[in-house]
Design a binder for this molecule. Structure first.
Ligand code: FES
Length: 166
């Protein structure tokens, strides 16, 4: 496992906060996810061994929580809400616009690993739809023009690091 030294430090610090080390599995998963961008099979086994669990115990958490990924998703993850309120306001078309401008398929990172576009379920801002998230940044009232503008910034990498805004 090739974790950053600061991630390893945080993991070593978080485990003793719990009466049983297995109880630290969620914080450890989040730390590894933050470090790697996803949880690989290798990471799953590493976490299990570290916390005295079976890999299946870790795997079932990864597959349960949608914020934990088991595959790379691209440095910029564009999530377009497709739940009713946003769908009625045109989010399917908005998603198509992102895919066209970013030249990518749905749910597949671009070959350079820079961007991925996916649908998301309700992003809890139904009254301001269509809603789009790019990494941690929420965009509201995204119409065709705004979608092209956001996608252009994502494509040009003007947002910098993965968690920066675009
Ligand atoms: S339906 Fe899109 S944010 Fe709730």
């Amino acid at each position: 496992m090739n974790l950053k030294p600061e991630t390893l430090e945080k993991i070593e610090a978080v485990i003793p906060r719990y009466p049983q080390k297995r109880s630290a599995v969620l914080p450890v998963l989040h730390l590894v996810h933050e470090d790697q961008g996803y949880i690989s099979r290798e990471a799953t086994e590493w976490i299990a061994e570290k916390l005295g669990l079976e890999p299946i115990n870790v795997w079932e958490l990864i597959t349960f929580y949608p914020m934990l990924r088991d595959k790379p998703v691209g440095k910029k993850l564009v999530r377009v809400c497709r739940t009713l309120s946003c769908a009625l306001q045109g989010s399917y078309k908005i998603c198509e616009t992102f895919r066209e401008v970013l030249e990518c398929k749905l749910d597949e990172p671009t070959p350079d690993g820079e961007v991925m576009v996916e649908f998301a379920e309700c992003l809890a801002s139904c009254h301001t739809g269509p809603v789009v998230m790019v990494n941690d940044e929420l965009y509201e009232h995204v119409d065709e023009t705004k979608a092209k503008e956001i996608a252009g910034k994502v494509r040009n990498g003007t947002g910098g690091t993965p968690s920066d805004t675009v």
